[in-house]
Design a protein around this ligand. Sequence first.
Ligand SMILES: Nc1nc2c(ncn2[C@@H]2O[C@H](COP(=O)(O)OP(=O)(O)OP(=O)(O)O)[C@@H](O)[C@H]2O)c(=O)[nH]1
Ligand SMILES: [Mg+2]
Length: 298
Amino acid sequence: MCKLTPKKYNEYKEDMEELYSLFEKHNSNSSFRVTCLGIYNSGKSSLLNALSESYDNSYFKVADIRETKEIKAIDIDGFCYVDTPGLNATESDDKTTYEAAKESDINLFVHNINTGDFNQPEREFLEPCALNWGDNERFLQSTIFVLSRQDEVDDEERQIQIVKEKIQEQIKSIFGATTQPYIISVSAKTYCRGKEKGSSQLIEKSNIPELQELILSMKEEIAKIRGQRIEKKHRTICEKIERRIQALQKERQKIIKEKETMQRKMDEHIRLINETLQTFNERNFADVYQMYNWIFRN
Ligand SMILES: Nc1nc2c(ncn2[C@@H]2O[C@H](COP(=O)(O)OP(=O)(O)OP(=O)(O)O)[C@@H](O)[C@H]2O)c(=O)[nH]1
Ligand SMILES: [Mg+2]
């Protein structure tokens, strides 16, 4: 009779847990999540090592093969740098990366400049990813498209400009947005070399300081978006829980009414049975049998 099935209960419990974690996130001064996304081998982990000043690549593992298979995060100076598995390697990796993107404050979409413009898997990833931000403009305001490994490009400046323009067009066609996307080319390798050698020329050439400044300047604007996103999600969950409570209350009223009706019927039956018993001695068996029939047919 009761409709609070285990499935319904679990859904309700999940809503409550999500709400609780949102409250926690909202109330704590958690760091800003800077999440690297992109095709495997594009240079995500190397970039995060550069940003987190891990010049020997000790924080985030780097390799020529598909290396990062799970999310790894490191907190430094109010930023939480998040590494994700590369896209288009396995289905479960892609799912993990989508989940990380949902929690991200700033996305660094890392693209290996040597491969030209965005390929199909990259385009296919970007479109649904933007939905987490509510609209494409917001996604673009929170995303930096990082063209990595620029030191490997011949005729550097010209090549970089060509790829940048192509990518700008692609972003425009994917998102149909008016916001100018943030696109920057970098070299994590040049940066780390510059740091090791103490060469300010190499450091500047790597464009990593420019990227760091861009991230810092975006932080304030994104803080507002982050608050709005959390509030929106919070409202949605609260409304869902309220609807569920209302449905449960209706169900409860229905059950109480059914119970009352049944109780009235039972009372009536008991009364009639008692009456029958009382008259049992006064009447013959045929009359009693008829009376029983009448009771249980009604
Ligand atoms: N020349 C050069 N090589 C780079 C640069 N950044 C990364 N690489 C190389 O590119 C390869 C892949 O780098 P990773 O940082 O592991 O790439 P990833 O995107 O994290 O790869 P997955 O974890 O497999 O998704 C490694 O061999 C790196 O040394 C760069 O700025 N310049
Ligand atoms: Mg990696």
